[in-house]
Design a protein around this ligand. Structure first.
Ligand code: SF4
Length: 335
């Protein structure tokens, strides 16, 4: 059986159920890299220049952990999934970058996803991907439709049941996608609600966030995230803050923040990567809106490979203390 490696990084939390379904429908075995470790961060960082963003370094570390374990590695180039809305340049060149900096990697299965080129081009890209497993266009079509259905079910599960991607993946696959010792359960008692906004490859990577989700739950806060919102709620959040989306996945930052700033959450934490151009612009818009509205506390955290756990815990504790104070006094804070 052909083994296809999927790195547990970048777009994994957006599309894993769909990718898994597609390859399994075509008779392949899917192998996912283990949760991020310091060894993966270090090995990935060693292959690129220092100012490359942390999520790409982590991604390369995951690729390295799959070398020798699989026949192919799946590295899609997701350019655009919405008309006239584009992804950051790192995603566009991901397959080329991967093969350039990790020449020992198994053959890369890449696929160009760009809805602006029309449906015909999209279907042909998917067929070219499926041809590694079968010559039958019918089988590839069936696998593509099953993958699309699986993606719809995954999104629906998260938005209707208020689940994070790791919780939804655990329900779908029956196995936990996070490292042992990290609990996906909700807290027993709740002091308040915190919205986390940012890309899933930052929010749900327990290693690079120093177990932020777990810490919030241990502090008795309920967590809400972008994936728990319906598409219409995210779109109106973007309209409120930015007018119109320019970047793919802008809804995970601006859309979610625009929505949660209108609701009764106690605070919003925006998470972004050091050196990320799109995130620095989007998070700045969110911060300005939070200051303008002045009724929801906001804090942004910038992550890189040298982010110290003690520093992150100190900022988190200070933010939660201020939220409790605000609950008593009624004044919001932005840090
Ligand atoms: S959007 Fe930012 S964090 Fe994500 S891959 Fe691009 S530069 Fe890196």
């Amino acid at each position: 059986m052909i083994r296809v490696g999927i790195p547990r990084a970048l777009l994994y939390y957006q599309y894993y159920p769909a990718w898994k379904t597609f390859f399994e429908e075509l008779g392949a075995e899917v192998v996912v890299s283990p949760p991020t470790s310091q060894a993966a961060v270090t090995s990935g960082s060693s292959r690129v220049v220092a100012d490359t963003c942390l999520p790409v370094k982590v991604f390369l570390g995951h690729i390295l952990s799959l070398v020798d374990k699989v026949d192919y590695i799946f590295v899609p180039a997701v350019r655009s999934v919405k008309s006239q809305v584009y992804n950051c340049a790192k995603f566009l060149g991901l397959p080329d970058m991967t093969s350039a900096v990790i020449p020992e990697a198994p053959p890369i299965l890449d696929v160009d996803i760009d809805v602006n080129r029309g449906k015909r081009e999209l279907y042909q890209s998917i067929y070219r991907l499926g041809r590694h497993f079968t010559w039958s266009p019918l089988k590839v079509r069936r696998a593509g439709l099953a993958a699309w259905q699986s993606h719809q079910n995954y999104r629906e599960l998260m938005s209707s049941h208020g689940l994070t991607p790791p919780q939804a993946i655990e329900r779908i696959t029956g196995t936990s996608p996070v490292e042992p010792g990290v609990s996906l359960a909700e807290p027993d008692s709740v002091l308040g609600t915190i919205a986390l906004v940012g890309h899933p490859y930052l929010l749900y990577d327990e290693h690079i966030t120093h177990r932020l989700l777990n810490r919030l739950k241990q502090a008795h806060y309920r967590i809400v995230t972008p994936e728990m919102l319906a598409a219409a709620e995210l779109d109106s959040g973007i309209a409120r803050i930015a007018g119109k989306a320019y970047w793919t996945y802008e809804e995970e930052v601006v859309g979610a923040a625009g929505h949660y700033l209108q609701t009764s959450v106690d605070g919003i934490i925006g998470i972004m990567a050091f050196g990320c151009g799109p995130d620095s612009v989007m998070m700045d818009m969110v911060r300005r809106e939070a200051i303008r509205k002045a009724d929801t506390s906001f804090m942004s955290l910038t992550l890189e490979e040298h982010t110290a756990e003690a520093g992150l815990i100190t900022r988190l504790e200070a933010f939660l203390d201020m939220i409790l104070r605000k609950k008593r006094s009624g004044a919001a804070v932005c840090v």
